[in-house]
Design a protein around this ligand. Structure first.
Ligand SMILES: C[S@@+](CC[C@H](N)C(=O)[O-])C[C@H]1O[C@@H](n2cnc3c(N)ncnc32)[C@H](O)[C@@H]1O
Length: 223
């Protein structure tokens, strides 16, 4: 009797332990291997991937590349690899632009390691210049460049202004079915998206998910 009781307590403890662990483990399985934890970006990535499928997207642009590749699914997000993999599976093309040589090197080696070279171009350039010159329509615009600060108000403002400029430079390349995802929003001071989202709402965009990342589509378009 005592043995059953002890075994029961152990089983319960294990269940609680793994239950809690699993609830914190936010994977994109089966799209990405189960071991990768996308944490606060899992739901927005999942919805974005669903929309990419539905809208048969072909051109993806990311500002700020995955400098640490898949090592940083919990930190930076690893979007270059996630959306790059989607691009490979769907015969689409991704452009990931970054101003830092080191970031480009890190991202490029992860892209090559994942076999994504044919579908993903990692480019060393200021996103503002890249977006001003880009000559194609954009189906997914992912804004995630100028690093934000939780504490420095000056950096917060510069990052917000920068992301607004990026959007404005991309604006004439967007269309009714374009998806816009903005990273690092759920942060003190409003995050990277504060000014862009205000601007976009005035211009007829609607927020589909407002979380750590903000996901927007054109108002009235189907999800
Ligand atoms: C948070 S990381 C990007 C993370 C990446 N999107 C991911 O999902 O893993 C931010 C990157 O933006 C880059 N960056 C900062 N200012 C930029 C600019 N003006 N143009 C392009 N990239 C910029 C930085 O060099 C850095 O590599």
């Amino acid at each position: 009797m005592i043995l059953y009781y002890i075994l029961g307590v152990i089983a319960l403890a294990l269940l609680i332990h793994f239950g809690i662990k699993f609830s914190k483990h936010k994977s994109l399985y089966p799209f990405m291997p189960f071991k990768y934890n996308f944490r606060r970006r899992r739901n927005t990535f999942k919805k974005t991937l669903e929309l990419l499928d539905k809208r048969k997207s072909k051109i993806i642009v990311e500002t700020g590349t995955s400098r640490k590749g898949l090592e940083a699914t919990r930190g930076d997000g690893a979007a270059t690899i996630v959306f790059g993999k989607w691009a490979k599976q769907n015969d689409a093309k991704m452009y990931s632009v970054d101003i830092s040589e080191d970031s480009v090197k890190g991202s490029q080696s992860a892209v090559t390691e994942q076999g994504l070279d044919k579908n993903v171009s990692v480019l060393l350039q200021d996103a503002l210049v890249f977006l001003a010159e880009f000559g194609q329509k954009i189906d997914l615009l992912y804004l995630d460049s100028y690093d934000y600060s939780r504490t420095d108000v000056d950096i917060q403002q510069k990052s917000q202004e920068h992301h607004l400029k990026e959007f404005q430079l991309a604006e004439d390349k967007l269309h009714e079915q374009t998806i816009v995802l903005i990273d690092d929003c759920g942060l003190p001071g409003g995050g990277k998206g504060k000014l862009v989202v205000e601007y976009m709402i005035e211009k007829g965009w609607e927020v589909l998910i407002d979380a750590y990342q903000i996901l927007l589509i054109k108002k009235g378009t189907s999800v």
